[in-house]
Write a protein that binds this ligand. Structure first.
Ligand code: 5GP
Length: 195
């Protein structure tokens, strides 16, 4: 998505030491809703051949993107996996674990109520970034626990120099990333993959 690449080049800030790209001005803090609407439409185009029953994402940054994608998909329901802050969570939930990329690799649980993810449903996963693939793997795990099917994963920014994309695609999951970063550093900035 050309507009996204231009936006990353213009507004993205590379934090070299921990390989984090900050796009706080339009995606992760302040949100450019008109632009994110185009992001939602781009996901619709990429998955135009698929029937989607539900969009699943993870709090917090995925929520806005998933909602705008849902509008482009004629308002399919959006569910976000909650991050568990307490040790005990009551009852009827699917539970999985994520190794946080941004927060010192500390693992945390995510959960989704069984009420909002049903057997046989075709689920599209949406997230802002793909790095090592831990967040996406946990979402895939949750979908499989529900007896539902992962149609694919729509990612806004894939850091292709990290292993997540390969790992998830090797599981047979279709991953559509709107921008793929081949390399980045504070000195050189962001370099995109050729696709
Ligand atoms: P993964 O689980 O694939 O290692 O990391 C994906 C998650 O970590 C995303 O949900 C995203 O919130 C966060 N993340 C990973 N890399 C970056 C990054 O470079 N910038 C930002 N803002 N978030 C990232």
């Amino acid at each position: 998505m050309e507009e996204l690449k231009q936006r990353i080049l213009r507004d993205g800030k590379v934090r070299g030491s921990n390989e984090v790209l900050k796009v706080d001005s339009f995606l992760n803090h302040q949100m450019d809703v008109a632009f994110l609407q185009d992001v939602g439409r781009a996901f619709r185009q990429r998955f135009a051949d698929c029937q989607i029953d539900r969009i699943l994402t993870i709090e917090a940054s995925g929520i806005g993107i998933a909602c705008l994608a849902a509008l482009a998909f004629d308002q399919v329901p959006v569910v976000f996996a909650k991050k568990n802050k307490t040790k005990n969570i009551a009852g009827d939930v699917y539970l999985s674990q994520v190794e946080s990329f941004t927060q010192s690799k500390r693992p945390y649980n995510i959960f989704v109520s069984k009420e909002f993810l049903l057997p046989g449903e075709r689920v599209l996963l949406i997230d802002d970034f793909l790095a090592n693939g831990s967040a996406l793997s946990a979402l895939i795990d949750v979908v499989h626990q529900a007896g539902a099917q992962v149609v694919g994963a729509g990612i806004v920014i894939e850091k292709a120099f990290q292993p997540g994309g390969k790992l998830i695609r090797e599981k047979g999951i279709r991953v559509e990333s709107l921008a793929r970063i081949a390399a980045m550093s504070e000195e050189t900035g962001v370099v995109f993959c050729d696709d």
